[in-house]
Design a protein around this ligand. Sequence first.
Ligand SMILES: [Fe+2]
Ligand SMILES: [Fe+2]
Length: 369
Amino acid sequence: MPTFDLYAMEPEEPLRQVPASGAARFTWEYDDGRDRLLALYQKGKDKQWDGQKRIDWELEVDPYDPLGTPDEAMSLYGTRHWAKLTEKDKGELRKHYASWQFSQFLHGEQGAMICAARIVESVPDLDAKFYSATQTMDEARHAEIYGRFLHEKIGMLYPINDNLQSLLDDTLRDARWDMPYLGMQVLIEGLALAAFGMIRDTTDKPLPKQILAYVMQDEARHVAFGRMALRDYYRQLTDAELREREEFVIEGCYLMRDRLRGVEVLENFGIPRAEAEEYSEQSEFLTLFRKLLFSRIVPCVKDIGLWGKRLQQAYVDMGVLEMGDASLDLLMSEDEEIAEKLDAERLAAEEKARVAEVTGAIDAGRAAG
Ligand SMILES: [Fe+2]
Ligand SMILES: [Fe+2]
């Protein structure tokens, strides 16, 4: 079904055009790759997988509770509106929220694909071009999977959030080659990864769990690439240049924390924007969720050397400074393990079902004979 028939509200424009600036770069040195980057490129090739085959699309999803979201996690919970909602309304609300959330994931994946392709074009070295080409393919697969989930299992999509769009625009418009890395690989992917992880670890629904676990397995490589490239490059920048990057990070973090909350959903239910914002501000659950969204960004920013006074102060203000001490390597290897473990469990369950089927057939044969 055409996506435009499924949008809960009309996207502002049918096609978004962001004018690009900066050069496309060719290199003639084909034999001078950095080992770490080439190893990541090899891993990118080895670990490709096909969402049409690896994910069990037969699994049913209740569109009115796709993630098993508890009441307390809904921003209207505890407000004067909650008591008035029927069970049917609550189901509708859950559907809209899941649709909004996964639609932002979907649009974000498209943005990631476009940024990765931009890096292929603009980065000067061949090893980084090669790696980024595999990431472009990874992001295409992710967009495909989220798109299928929304079309087939939820049956509703939301347009991209304005602020996510403007952060993507800023990231793509900038002529400095490191900006797609910083805006996309560090900020947007960092946020997305934290959100994926929270859902992966709390949902009891098998299909979204598979999707998130497998997508996160790839994202571990993407973050590693961004860190490697930026750590090397930021060592060579002047203080003034570093401060500019920090300002961009500070602004982006506040924007995503304060303006990416799904108030569009409540507006769709007739609740005025100011009131909707107040509810998401008051909700204890959402306050915690928003804080945890920074669990991947803060250690990454610190690791690549953007750790000036103003940035630290901003993180103190957001209450997330101490997250800088988390080990990204550990988080990433856990992401990979979780996906592999899920594969192993599914294989074991299939094996068990096969054995049961065979024994059942033998028993039936004996009984008949
Ligand atoms: Fe992705
Ligand atoms: Fe990614």
